[in-house]
Design a protein. Structure first.
Length: 349
């Protein structure tokens, strides 16, 4: 069973991947959403979104956008980068993303519009892969890394609140027929929050659907399915896997921020003691190395919002860390916290 680190805004960047890799890493890392329009206009921060460090061979570039034209043109840029493949975000249900016409909007737009976009991106990926098959010289634009063939995937939800099984599976069939090789399903609807138990049986049905031969052209293909949602520890992982024995992988997002060692724990690797104070200080330094100063505050605040949940005095820690005025103040607050709460310093995994 593959273990995948899911895409998270302000989190899924090189600094966080380096942190997870210190604990053995995982099989795949999805990047945070890359906005097609901003990528194409060459904004000043785009180089930070497409930095493949430290494990370019494990990266999946997640693309979002509001129009077929922008998505297709942006795909032409991303296929030239190293990594496993491109992922089309059709699952983000944040109100601003939905109103913009991206994320889960692609599941609620007229089918013809979504089909046009998927066809176009799939064509870009197929043409790139043919270049690789023909062993022609491929200019990736980055001499440090070697770009290769790419997988096309989609991350999605069940749809809007009025979704039907027929409509959902028909939508997935359309994706597969157009060349999508992997579906990652967060089995909740657009408005369902994390408190609603995910309907894992839809993940299992998808996996069974594309591993069985039938008269349907979509179902004649071997398509992988990843499960996403509510996996936060060994118990919840075991429950999810037992409910979906046919899926190919489990994607973990928020829990990986709180516990960057979660993939190591689920893999049964050697147990160890973690110095949470040193880890916190190291992460601040990593942010400074791999993110622009304009991003430091938001990236660190988002990280410590989740990471503070490791402490018995979680609320106190979170309040102290998130109210830091700058990185040096944050460092001081981290040291002061562990001086006042020395029992929080080490965590035995």
């Amino acid at each position: 069973m593959k273990l995948i680190c899911g895409p998270m805004a302000t989190i899924s960047h090189p600094a966080f991947r380096i942190l997870v890799e210190k604990f053995g890493g995982c099989d795949e890392y999805y990047t945070e959403m890359i906005n097609a329009g901003t990528l194409l206009t060459g904004g000043p921060f785009e180089k930070y979104y497409i930095d493949p460090a430290p494990v370019p061979q494990k990266l999946v570039w997640q693309l979002t956008g509001k129009s077929s034209e922008l998505m297709i043109e942006a795909a032409k840029v991303l296929v030239k980068l190293p990594g496993i493949g491109l992922d089309l975000n059709m699952g983000c249900s944040a109100p601003d993303i939905y109103r913009y016409g991206a994320g889960i909007s692609w599941m609620t737009k007229p089918r013809e519009e979504t089909l046009e976009m998927v066809k176009g991106v799939s064509r870009v990926v197929n043409e790139w892969n043919k270049l690789c098959d023909n062993e022609q010289t491929v200019d990736s634009g980055n001499t440090e890394f070697v770009a290769g063939k790419k997988r096309l995937s989609v991350k999605l939800r069940l749809g809007d609140e009025d979704f039907t099984d027929e409509g959902f599976f028909s939508f997935c069939d359309m994706l597969v027929e157009e060349g999508v090789e992997l579906l990652t399903l967060h089995p909740r609807t657009k408005k369902e929050k994390l408190t609603r138990t995910p309907r894992y049986f839809y993940c299992q049905q998808l996996a069974e659907r594309y591993k069985c031969s039938s008269a349907s052209s979509a179902r004649e293909k071997s398509v992988a399915v990843y499960l996403n949602g509510n996996v936060k520890d060994k118990a919840s992982y075991d429950y999810a896997v037992s409910a979906t024995p046919s899926v190919d992988g489990v994607m973990i997002s928020r829990a990986a921020v709180q516990k960057p060692w979660i993939f190591m724990s689920l893999s049964g690797l050697t147990r160890q003691s973690v110095n949470l104070e040193q880890l916190s200080l190291d992460y601040i330094t990593l942010i400074e190395q791999y993110q622009p100063p304009e991003f430091w505050k938001t990236r660190l605040q988002r990280f410590f919002t989740y990471f503070s949940q490791n402490f018995k005095f979680a609320h106190y820690a979170q309040t102290q860390f998130l109210n830091a005025t700058d990185n040096n103040d944050l460092r001081t607050r981290v040291v002061d916290f562990f001086a006042k709460c020395p029992g929080e310093r080490f965590l035995e995994l």
